[in-house]
Design a protein around this ligand. Structure first.
Ligand SMILES: *[C@@H]1O[C@H](CO)[C@@H](O)[C@H](O)[C@H]1NC(C)=O
Length: 230
């Protein structure tokens, strides 16, 4: 029984390594995590409603739920949001994929009217902010604090602040990668030491068994010799 437990122990700790690695990665914000996109402000320049009725405007990404903007009713009014409203966030972005999203107005008679439809990508966010403007339709700012600053081409000194924060983010990421690598190395080293110890122990047991067997064989020989002497 005891022996069986010894065999199991190192195996379990090694098979848990990927799980531990995964948990570490998921608990680090910014790496592989999804990024919430909220609406910062919006101003609509027209409505598509024929009847004198308040419009129902919503944001929608392909394959997701419609997010109705309950307050946005008036043309040319500049609405600002804190990002914590009950209907926020609008959507989530992942690292490697853009989403097809748009701003629409519900229409009870014909199909819904489109303010605009576009690709919402991580790279659109500079310092966590992205402005989408369509002439005669609307002007909106989208906020995504967790989105990295996109690859900003350094043209003049005006963009130094954004590229600076980008390099800070990069430095953070490098530090995180180093920390994770160190952790993984430590776990791997512990696993190796465990396996080595286990191997040594087994070898010792085998040696002992062989030694005992040798003794028994020796006894047999002695017995035989003794018999022969008699
Ligand atoms: C759209 O809104 C942003 C922020 O509210 C503002 O800075 C920008 O000038 C506006 N753009 C237009 C074309 O109205």
């Amino acid at each position: 029984m005891k022996r069986a437990r010894c065999v199991l122990l190192p195996r379990i700790s090694i098979s848990r390594l990927p799980l531990i690695f995964y948990i570490i990665l998921c608990s680090v914000p910014g790496i592989f995590s999804t990024k919430n996109v909220t609406l910062g402000s919006i101003q609509i320049f027209k409505t598509h409603e024929f009847l004198p009725r308040k419009p129902t405007i919503y944001f929608y990404c392909k394959g997701e739920n419609k997010i109705i903007l309950p307050d946005v009713k008036e043309k040319h009014f500049f609405y600002t949001f804190k990002g914590k409203e009950s209907w926020q966030p609008l959507t989530e972005l992942t690292d490697n994929k853009c989403k097809r999203c748009g701003l629409y107005e519900m229409d009870r008679i014909k199909s819904d009217d489109v303010f605009d439809e576009w690709e919402l990508c991580l790279d659109d966010f500079i310092d966590g902010k992205s402005i989408h403007f369509k002439e005669k339709e609307f002007n909106a700012t989208f906020i995504c604090g967790q989105c990295r600053a996109g690859v900003v081409p350094v043209v003049d000194s005006g963009v130094t602040s954004s590229s600076k924060s980008g390099s800070v983010d990069k430095k953070m990421n490098v530090v995180l990668v180093i920390v994770i690598s160190a952790l993984v190395s430590a776990i791997a080293a512990a696993g190796t030491v465990g396996a080595h110890k286990y191997w040594q122990k087994r070898k010792r047991e085998q040696d002992q068994a062989r030694f005992l067997k040798l003794f028994e064989d020796g006894d047999d020989i002695e017995d035989e010799l003794g018999l022969e002497q008699i």
